[in-house]
Design a protein around this ligand. Sequence first.
Ligand code: GDP
Ligand code: ZN
Length: 460
Amino acid sequence: MLYSQDTIAAISTPHGNGGIGIIRISGEEAFRIAAEIFVGKKKFDEIKTHTINYGKIINPETGEILDEVLLSKMKKPNTFTREDVVEINCHGGTVVLKNILELVLKKGARIAEPGEFTKRAFLNGRLDLSQAEAVIDLINAKTSESSKAAMNQLEGKLSVKLKEARKKLIEVLAHIEVTVDYPEHDIEEITGEKVYSEIKDIREKLNNIIKGFEKGRIIREGVNAVIVGRPNVGKSSLLNELTGKNRAIVTDIPGTTRDIIEEYINLNGVPVRIIDTAGIRETDDLVEKIGVEKTNKELESADLIIMMIDSYKGIEKEDTEILDKVKDKKVIVILNKIDLANEEKLAEIESKIEDKKVIRMSLKQGIGTDELADAVVELFVKGEVILNNEVIITNVRHKNLIDKAIESIDYAINAYKSGMPLDMITIDIVNSAQYLGEITGESVSEDVMNEIFSRFCLGK
Ligand code: GDP
Ligand code: ZN
């Protein structure tokens, strides 16, 4: 059974978060339970819906006052779950919250499973599945940009596009049906052309959504960046500057950053996971060697390489080796220590790496870090992407399903091109529509749904 009618309750504010907390109750019994434990100026039954009311929570058996509260009464259907909802805003800290929740449970509610409030909102038609998933993303969003992307999804922008595509597929099916019912040759031919051009069009639209996925991933999970460069070029200093902490050890001895150090930073709203490496030079020192091996691994999986060159020393053999190693990657080259080099020297270095984005920097003088942040944003999000209404999928499940929907369309296209009769390709179109429906929840298995909602935290 997908939907249980019982009344659920949970603390829906994060754990250990100061004194204030909210207990949310949803379901048929919510009002009855609240009426038994709330004592305010008005009786609970006389309180108007969608109002906030001051009062006390009292254990009716013992007469004990548990807390002074603000209580919201919300009659269905204009509630988050589309059920009767009561929210109790407590002041008394974690213990009090737990005591009130216990009392609510004793009066007949059941503790909500993680995500169950949102699941009910979905099952009662208030949210579609991708919107419900956006609630998770919103809760987990690391930066303001990622929460904007989740917000767009919550507002249903992705759903609108997918529902449109799915509707078109179903229309195509209807066309084919007509042809099969009236199997004269020329009708089939005309319909065939039409079906072909329509599904190609749908494919194109889905493909555009997929293209946004990479951007979506970056907005949600961040750019994986690695700082590389010869020992002593200033890698740890840069990391310290960007994070504003002193975690990486900065020294004058080459090769001191023995292991890999990673930090999460926020560059103009783009989350960046940034890694300081031990440098890529060959070494006999075992500890350093482990660092070097890890570095090579990190380089392979990185979205961005920040390559540092010492302006005073210029490009040496090791630098050329590093540049060669990362030639297929997105690279930003930093000429650090420009305080130690003159313009002639800098121009000479730059002439050797003309094809790369180069930033002049002096960590000593505080020059160049803003330009680095701008370059990262330019390279990965280009600002307008998020601000405009572009649909960004940030969810791997969605991407996989859209991929499958496209694959099914490709089967249909190939079958049509190889001269198969139209009714032979209906199954592929049905499949494609099915995959899209699994994203919005128009067609979705119970397993998938339970999996999704179990990823919520308690009380949401
Ligand atoms: P790493 O080995 O690449 O991590 O280099 P570090 O960050 O440990 O820096 C090595 C040395 O270079 C330290 O003494 C830093 O203070 C110094 N350094 C870093 N950036 C600059 C800079 O822009 N100008 C100058 N003159 N020195 C710098
Ligand atoms: Zn270092």
